[in-house]
Design a protein around this ligand. Structure first.
Ligand SMILES: [Zn+2]
Length: 275
């Protein structure tokens, strides 16, 4: 099904902001990297919030209607079904600061937001209103809050970048988004270093963190389908890196039930494709 493509950009902190953010995140919950399982999807190690669980206060512009705020939090908290995280409406020094202005969809990555001045937004959802469709909330809000949890773009994984034709990709983003060649290079064509990630060697093009990219810009002519909701792999991975105290069972929709074990606990992963 065709629909208008709205890509999102990951906002980059300055080196000083990044260093500050990392120190603050470490001070809050020292990170241990040793015993985490790899999964599909990925999290930037330096932007991870640690495995202690995290409650995120979320702030909105004063003019944001209560219904809009509630809907954003409802979709953001789809991650909380699987991970030991929670997003709450709290404008006293909010950790996540949302705006709705021009500039498209963007977010900082994970704990990078700790280094951003408190009067600056950490996420932008251009044009979101209470009238935006549920489908768009599901796709965009879950995706952007995936960035808040530290997940980079899945299409920036080596395996998927290698499928793109650079010349056609630059032309496509220039035409559809007005992005410069340098911007496309940074946001689409430079793979993230796999060493910097928790994750497997394989990427998942149906991840909520993956763009939809047309077959006209891939070398093999096949589209990168992209994800439009948190899928089973996303759920399993986020559960593994932000573990809850008790094992979770993701509700079945159909298909087989893969399992994974993390820190001695057994998790069952079923198809979470349908709402
Ligand atoms: Zn994104």
């Amino acid at each position: 099904m065709a629909r208008k493509f709205h890509p999102c950009r990951i906002a980059k902190p300055t080196p000083d902001q990044k260093e500050l953010a990392y120190k603050l995140a470490q001070a809050e919950a020292p990170h241990r990297y040793g015993d985490l399982v790899a999964g599909m999807l990925a999290v930037e190690r330096r932007s991870w919030w640690g495995d202690k669980g995290k409650r995120f206060s979320v702030g909105f512009p004063r003019t944001a209607p209560a219904e809009l705020k509630a809907r954003i939090l409802k979709y953001a908290n789809k991650w909380a079904e699987f991970a030991n995280v929670e997003f709450v409406d709290d404008d006293t020094k909010p950790i996540v600061r949302i705006t709705f202005g021009a500039g498209g969809y963007w977010s900082y990555l994970g704990s990078d937001i700790l280094g951003i001045p408190e009067n600056e937004a950490t996420m932008n959802l251009e044009g979101f209103t209470a009238r935006t469709s549920d489908e768009e909330f599901d796709r965009v809000v879950c995706h952007e809050f995936g960035h808040t949890l530290g997940c980079p773009h899945e299409h920036m994984r080596q395996e998927l970048v290698a499928r793109l034709d650079p010349r056609k990709t630059k032309a496509y983003f220039r035409q559809t988004q007005g992005w410069s060649a340098a911007e496309v290079e940074q946001q689409v064509l430079t793979p993230v270093s796999e060493k910097s990630l928790f994750g497997t060697e394989h990427s998942d093009e149906l991840s909520i963190m993956c763009y939809q990219l047309p077959g006209s810009i891939t070398k093999d002519g096949k589209p990168i389908r992209g994800g439009d909701r948190i899928n089973a792999n996303d759920a399993a991975f986020i559960a593994s890196i932000y573990p809850k105290a008790k094992p979770i069972v993701i509700p079945p929709v159909g298909g087989k039930a893969p399992e994974f074990v993390m820190n001695g606990r057994r998790y069952q992963v079923l198809d979470v494709g349908a709402a």
